[in-house]
Design a protein around this ligand. Structure first.
Ligand SMILES: C[S@@+](CC[C@H](N)C(=O)[O-])C[C@H]1O[C@@H](n2cnc3c(N)ncnc32)[C@H](O)[C@@H]1O
Length: 276
C-alpha cells in the first residue's frame, strides 16, 4: 500500500464510520484489507479505493472493510463502578422523574455482541423500581455480524467474568457449556443496525433517557467524535444522561453537555432548556 493509497482509504473509512487508522498503523490497514481486495479480484489498493467510492456493490464492500477494521471487545458488567453509579443514583432519579409517564428508553450505542445492552436490562429489572413500566433497551451497532450474535443472547463463560454472581444466577441459564440470557431480560432488549454517524437514520430512532456509548469514540478521529456527540445529543431527552467509557472524555467537545459528578463516576447531561 502506497502512502497515497493509505491516505485515500483511511479517509474514506473515517468519513463513513468514524474509525481512524493512524499512519503508523498503515501495515494493519493493509493486512486487514488484503483479503477484501483479493476477494473482489482487484489488482491493487488504488482500484480497491475506486471500487469503494464508485462501484454499484460499494455498500457491501464498505461493510466488509468496516468489519475487518472494527474492534468488538466487550463483556457483561464492563466498568463496574460506572454501572454501580447508574444503579444507585441514576435509576432512582429516573424512577422519580418519569413517574408520570412510566416510560423509559435506554440506548447501548455501539453495543457489539450485546453484553452491554443485556447488562443495562438486568440492572433495570434488578432495581425493582419499574414494575409495570414500559422499559426499552435498544442496542445498535454498525456490524450485522455482531448484531446476529447479540440477538442470539448466548455467551461463553469468559464474557461473564465481571458479572456479579447473583445477577448471573438470576438472569442467565446454563446451556451446555454456554449461558443463555433469560427471556425476562431479552423481552426488554432489541437490536438494530445503525451507523452512529448517520444523523438522518438515527433521528428516526426516537429519544432516550440514558445513552451508553462506551469504548466507541476512542477509535474515532476528532471530527467524527464531534459528529457522533452531536448525534447522541439529538437523541437524548432534555436532562438525559450520556455515559462514556472510562478512557473517553468530552473535555474538548462538551458545549452541548454539562458534567455531572456522581459518587463514583463522571457522566454527562443534556441541559434542560430554560423556558423564559
Ligand atoms: C469496542 S466495542 C464496544 C462495545 C460496548 N459498548 C462496550 O463498551 O463494551 C465498539 C463497537 O462500536 C461499533 N462501531 C464502530 N463504529 C461504529 C459506527 N460508526 N456506528 C455504529 N457502531 C460502530 C463496532 O462495530 C464495535 O462493535
Amino acid at each position: 500500500m502506497t502512502p497515497e493509497e493509505f491516505r485515500l482509504l483511511s479517509q474514506l473509512i473515517c468519513e463513513h464510520c468514524g474509525i481512524r487508522v493512524r499512519e503508523e498503523n498503515s501495515f494493519l490497514l493493509e493486512r486487514r484489507l488484503a483479503a477484501q481486495l483479493s476477494s473482489l479480484g482487484l489488482a491493487n489498493f488504488t482500484e480497491y479505493h475506486r471500487y469503494l467510492r464508485f462501484a454499484p456493490g460499494r455498500q457491501a464492500a464498505l461493510e466488509a472493510a468496516v468489519e475487518a477494521l472494527a474492534t468488538h471487545e466487550t463483556y457483561f458488567y464492563r466498568e463496574a463502578s460506572q454501572l454501580e453509579s447508574f444503579r444507585e443514583e441514576l435509576l432512582p432519579k429516573l424512577a422519580r422523574d418519569c413517574a408520570s409517564s412510566r416510560r423509559l428508553r435506554f440506548w447501548s450505542a455501539g453495543c457489539s455482541t450485546g453484553e452491554e445492552a443485556y447488562t443495562i436490562a438486568m440492572l433495570v429489572l434488578d432495581s425493582r423500581l419499574f414494575k409495570g413500566w414500559r422499559v426499552e433497551v435498544v442496542g445498535s451497532d454498525i456490524s450485522p455480524r455482531v448484531l446476529a450474535l447479540a440477538r442470539k443472547g448466548i455467551y461463553r463463560k469468559a464474557a461473564l467474568r465481571e458479572l456479579p454472581t447473583e445477577l448471573l444466577d438470576r438472569y442467565l441459564a446454563l446451556l451446555g457449556e454456554h449461558y443463555a440470557v433469560r427471556e425476562e431480560v431479552r423481552r426488554l432488549v432489541s437490536f438494530h443496525r445503525a451507523n452512529l454517524l448517520d444523523e438522518e437514520a438515527l433521528g428516526q430512532g426516537g429519544r432516550f433517557e440514558v445513552i451508553f456509548c462506551r469504548n466507541v469514540m476512542i477509535y474515532f478521529d476528532p471530527l467524527a467524535r464531534r459528529r457522533l456527540l452531536r448525534n447522541l445529543n439529538q437523541n437524548l431527552v432534555e436532562g438525559g444522561h450520556l455515559l462514556l467509557g472510562s478512557s473517553e472524555s468530552l473535555i474538548n467537545a462538551a458545549a452541548d453537555f454539562e458534567l455531572v459528578h456522581l459518587k463514583r463516576d463522571l457522566v454527562y447531561r443534556k441541559p434542560v432548556r430554560s423556558v423564559t
